[in-house]
Design a binder for this molecule. Sequence first.
Ligand SMILES: Cc1ncc(COP(=O)(O)O)c(C=O)c1O
Length: 396
Amino acid sequence: MSRKKTFLNVQAQITKSPFLLDIEKARDCYIYTRDKKKYIDLVAGVSSCTLGHCHPEIIKSIESQLHRHAHVMVYGEFIQDSPLKLSQQLSQYLHRNLSCVYLVNSGTEAIEGAIKLAKRKNGRKIVISCLSSYHGSTQGSLSAMGEEFMKSKYRPLIPCHKNIRYNNIDDLDILDDKVAAIIIEPIQGGTNFVCANKEWLLQIRKRCDEYNIELIYDEIQTGFGRTGHMFAYEIHNIIPDILCLAKGMGGGMPIGAFISSKKNMDLLSSNPPLGHITTFGGHPISCAAAMTTFKILKNSSLIRQVSEKRKLFLKNLKHPKIKKIHGYGLMIAIEFENEIICQKIVKEALKRGVITFYFLFNRTNIRISPPLIIKNKDIIKSCRVIKESIDYCYEK
Ligand SMILES: Cc1ncc(COP(=O)(O)O)c(C=O)c1O
């Protein structure tokens, strides 16, 4: 049986039309397949591989941790260097209200932990999130998802979750003294990178303060430099009560975190204790990779280069068939007239050696979220390929 057939048979599929690139290796901004093709990666594992693939310093830190120890104990019992130092470094960097880090395995687990923590904080049940939001695929995060079509077959989900319109101030009347938490993505990653506007966020922060509601920021896509700031909350300097991180955090390794005040986090350790249990959360090898990623992002000019790189994309993505370009930093959504043309362009660009991708909920835009290390020459080259693909798809 061919590898393709085996893959389709023995690995569970989540769509009827996977990309099916058969990976040989990946380096920097490039992915190489077994049939000897080289691709420019404009997706970075969906905003994950911030420093590209196989960054030598990340490899070194993984190797060195591996020689010391891998998993030794469930989360929270033993003191281990890499989770300790990573938590300390995040705590030192973040706003003082975000001083205590709970390390987990993934984005969805970070959201689960954050929702549980909010419920412990104010003893309430109602959780608000936005239409078109994506917070993960386990039942708690799925309950918060803002797309009924994706949720309905899994009902009953967790009750008392309600969706409001993103960027709509009128809908904020829902925030009152019965609400436990509101979860916000500063830039919506499942739709065409819609950005939260400042006034809306300020109103949310105000109401959360007024009614003692936990403001949860889902920075699972926006964190670790992607917006041109280390974290997107820095754009307007509006500080959440709980910050959720994952994806770009691990430099290609699986890790996530929910972060809050020490006082909040202490709620998880008593009455009842073990408020969130995870075996592999804060895995020492993932933490070693995350520490190196964070160090490189802090000490290099990569984050400062983000807005220039965005400008270069925009300058080179001028084409009469592109309706609009959305997003912020290296979160770029290219809007076309319909879903069919988007699919064709993504496939054609792929054939020509450039990986772009779709959005979960928005089918008239294509996604560009490259590694932050992408070189200017590759930005220019990949934009040229995208424009040629557009021409080809329209001519055909
Ligand atoms: C904004 C956002 N939140 C949460 C998640 C869930 O993260 P994970 O896939 O690591 O569970 C994702 C993943 O795409 C995401 O983009």
